[in-house]
Design a protein around this ligand. Structure first.
Ligand code: ADP
Ligand code: ADP
Length: 227
């Protein structure tokens, strides 16, 4: 069974414009799926429909075997990482990462401690747990945003160009970390990017969108080595 199953997904905006047009795509359990395509092709809209931040005009979104079209984002058990990481400025790194667990009130404090430290270790943030976001570098802030996404046990991670605000060196470093983290956790991942290197190195498969249509789904190798 696919972890995420999209069946004939359409997103039509008020003026009749279809930002996403009849997209069907199965994402396997544990798979790292990249969404690429030119600006405006519908990548973000599709990602937002998976998370539930955007209503689906028609088609079915099925996650873990359940149709989720009408489910609120908080009932979908997914984590999303944005390019502008939106950390809470008044909270420490520890509390920023712990935040999603605090919302799930039944998690005991020692479990919160354990999970935050585990996530922080994976992202090399252990030395910065007491700092506030203002005192971190861009790369560290993006790591905190990722820590917040991985601290819960979710069915999938969704990334919307998480590295596009970082310089080239940091992007390379974070790419390696994301890849390592995803392999270690084995969590199904959907990752939107413009960056060919990210698509090549991170993806098990790459889905190419053009003007709202799904044009091609292939392995990075098939996609970039074709004549
Ligand atoms: P991408 O992420 O690939 O750059 P988007 O999913 O953001 O593309 O947008 C796809 C298309 O839908 C674009 O043409 C965009 O202008 C349009 N669009 C996005 N949001 C809205 C909206 N709220 N109302 C009307 N059109 C929108
Ligand atoms: P991205 O860089 O992720 O593609 P955009 O800058 O295109 O995002 O869009 C930012 C926000 O503006 C999104 O919430 C999107 O839904 C909205 N938006 C994009 N295009 C339009 C549009 N043509 N009409 C109304 N809202 C839009």
């Amino acid at each position: 069974m696919a972890a995420i199953e999209m069946r004939n997904i359409v997103k039509e905006y008020g003026d009749g414009f279809k930002a996403v047009n009849d997209v069907s795509l199965d994402i396997a359990d544990g798979e790292f799926m990249i969404l690429v395509g030119p600006s405006g092709c519908g990548k973000s809209t599709l990602l937002r429909m998976i998370v539930g931040l955007e209503d689906i005009t028609s088609g079915d979104m099925v996650i873990g075997g359940n149709r989720v079209n009408e489910k609120a984002p908080r009932d979908r058990n997914l984590s999303m990482v944005f390019q502008n990481y939106a950390l809470y400025p008044h909270l420490t790194v520890f509390e920023n990462i712990a935040f999603p667990l605090r919302l799930q009130k039944r998690i005991a404090e020692d479990e919160v401690q354990r999970r935050v430290k585990e996530a922080a270790a994976m992202l090399e943030l252990n030395e910065h747990l007491d700092r506030k976001p203002a005192n971190l570098s861009g790369g560290q802030r993006q790591r905190v945003a990722m820590g917040r996404a991985i601290v819960r046990h979710v069915d999938a991670f969704l990334f919307d160009e998480p590295l596009s605000n970082l310089d080239a060196k940091l992007r390379g470093q974070m790419r390696t970390e994301i890849s390592r983290m995803q392999r270690r956790l084995g969590t199904t991942t959907v990752y939107v990017t413009h960056d060919q290197t990210e698509a090549m190195t991170l993806g098990d498969r790459v889905a190419v969108l053009r003007r709202g249509f799904l044009q091609q789904v292939a392995s990075p190798r098939e996609l970039y080595e074709q004549p």
